[in-house]
Design a protein around this ligand. Structure first.
Ligand SMILES: *Cc1c(COP(=O)(O)O)cnc(C)c1O
Length: 427
């Protein structure tokens, strides 16, 4: 499969180069040249197939012959070796739990898939590739775990000092080996800026790539979730609506791509916190990105969602056709907390802020009687422990994989500015 840059001034490139580059030389995001629907028969009989078979069917065209079938199947098997259950809360709402992976965040799937692709493509190279990533919390842990011990791959994670939770910090600072954590004296935007500067800097001696959802190998496997959910609910319901808590809009963009492949989804809702660039755009047609504001759903504190341009491409930049498949609503921290409480009181279900925003999106959309709404629960409540325990007045049991990481020792190098990052990378 070939990929073009959404800035349209870089040459077409292979999947391999798109993964290794992260972003195109003209700074555009890569987008697949062709999107071919998968067979209707396959979708109609989806419950006859295993998750591994479904994932292979969904992803194969985006890779083409660049990874041999047997290896691609191996990669898929290792990527999705856990459950993706839809837990019904009531007759017409379910929670798609995407937190059963090793770091209990949905980003595990993309990180594990991407690391294995990079490892495969880099196997005969003498020089390592370095994955450079800025995190406000959840990405760092998933990337550290997904890339641990990947051969030929070094990982450098920048995170803002004192701005990530204790669990998140442990997840990204305790693994060692090919994973290095840099603790930045600043906020997330500073980390992101430094990463951007490094990608543009001709005087960095390493091969760099990114592991944010701009990378096609992290973005594309997120389509699996929508197929797995569809498999579980389509026997009983026809009109399925997804509400996706959105920050950089990579996850929901993968859902829209799944729809383009023929998955019969009636409607998508991008639910956001007060970082409402996209909900505003749908109302007034003006795309006006703002600096991000801090919220309790901090994995979605994004003022200029990087994947929204891919969504526009999927709809030929036509706002009215986008609106037929897609709505977007924003919610405050207060609304989020009230909904977390209500979900707990009514269904005895512990959600965390991102999932609760997903639920809020379904409520605002207003499901009709024959419709089934699925909201994506993108992290385990333990990942946002403080706000969950404080809001719900409950104790969240700490799962064993989290306990294990909490007992390890943090190792991080402090940096304060871009110059120090550059020195670190060129050592
Ligand atoms: C990253 C993240 C999101 C947002 O996903 P996008 O693909 O960036 O829209 C939502 N919830 C959690 C818990 C996350 O870590």
């Amino acid at each position: 499969m070939r990929y073009y840059s959404l800035n349209n001034s870089s040459p077409l490139t292979s999947f391999k180069r798109a993964v290794q580059n992260g972003i195109a030389p003209d700074r555009g995001l890569y987008f697949p040249e062709e999107i071919t629907p998968i067979s209707k028969d396959f979708i109609n009989n989806i419950s006859d197939y295993s998750n591994e078979e479904i994932a292979y069917e969904v992803i194969k065209q985006f890779i083409g012959d660049e990874i041999p079938t047997t290896i691609l199947k191996e990669i898929i098997k290792k990527t999705i070796s856990f459950d993706f259950p839809v837990v019904n809360l009531d007759e017409n709402i379910g929670s798609l739990e995407l937190f059963h992976g090793p770091t209990m965040a949905f980003k595990d799937v993309g990180a594990r898939f991407m690391s294995q692709c990079l490892e495969y493509f880099n196997q005969n190279k003498t020089e390592d590739i370095t994955v450079l990533v800025a995190t406000s919390g959840d990405t760092g842990g998933a990337v550290a775990s997904g890339f641990l011990n990947a051969k030929g791959v070094q990982v450098v994670i920048l995170y803002p000092k004192g701005k990530v939770s204790e669990i998140q910090e442990k997840q990204l600072t305790t693994l060692g080996n090919n994973i290095t954590a840099l603790e930045v004296d600043g906020v997330f935007d500073d980390c992101q800026e430094m990463v951007k500067s490094a990608f543009l800097d001709k005087n960095i001696s390493r091969n760099l790539t990114s592991a944010n959802s701009i990378n096609v190998a992290r973005w594309l496997p997120q389509m699996f979730y929508f197929f797995f959910a569809y498999k579980q609910v389509s026997k009983k319901y026809k009109d399925i609506i997804f509400s996706v808590p959105s920050g950089n809009f990579g996850n929901i963009c993968a859902g829209l791509l799944a729809q383009k492949l023929g998955l019969p989804i009636k409607h998508f809702i991008a639910s956001t916190n007060i970082n409402d660039t996209v909900p505003k755009y749908l109302i007034n047609g003006v795309y006006d990105p703002k600096p991000s504001k801090a919220t309790i759903s901090n994995a979605m504190d994004v003022g200029n969602p990087s994947n929204f341009i891919r969504i526009q491409e999927l709809f030929n930049k036509n706002l009215s056709s986008l609106k037929k498949s897609f709505s977007s609503y924003s919610f405050s921290d207060d609304e989020t907390k009230i909904m977390m409480k209500r979900i707990h009181d009514k269904f005895n279900y512990i959600s965390e802020p991102h999932g609760a925003i997903g639920y809020l999106g379904l409520k605002k959309y207003g499901l009709k009687t024959n419709e089934f709404g699925v909201f994506l629960e993108t992290a385990h409540p333990v990942k946002f422990l403080e706000v969950v325990e404080e809001t719900l007045k409950v104790d969240v049991a700490i799962p064993s994989q989290i306990k294990q990481v909490m007992s390890k020792e943090k190792v991080a190098t402090s940096i304060a500015n871009y110059q120090e990052l550059k020195i670190f990378l060129n050592r």
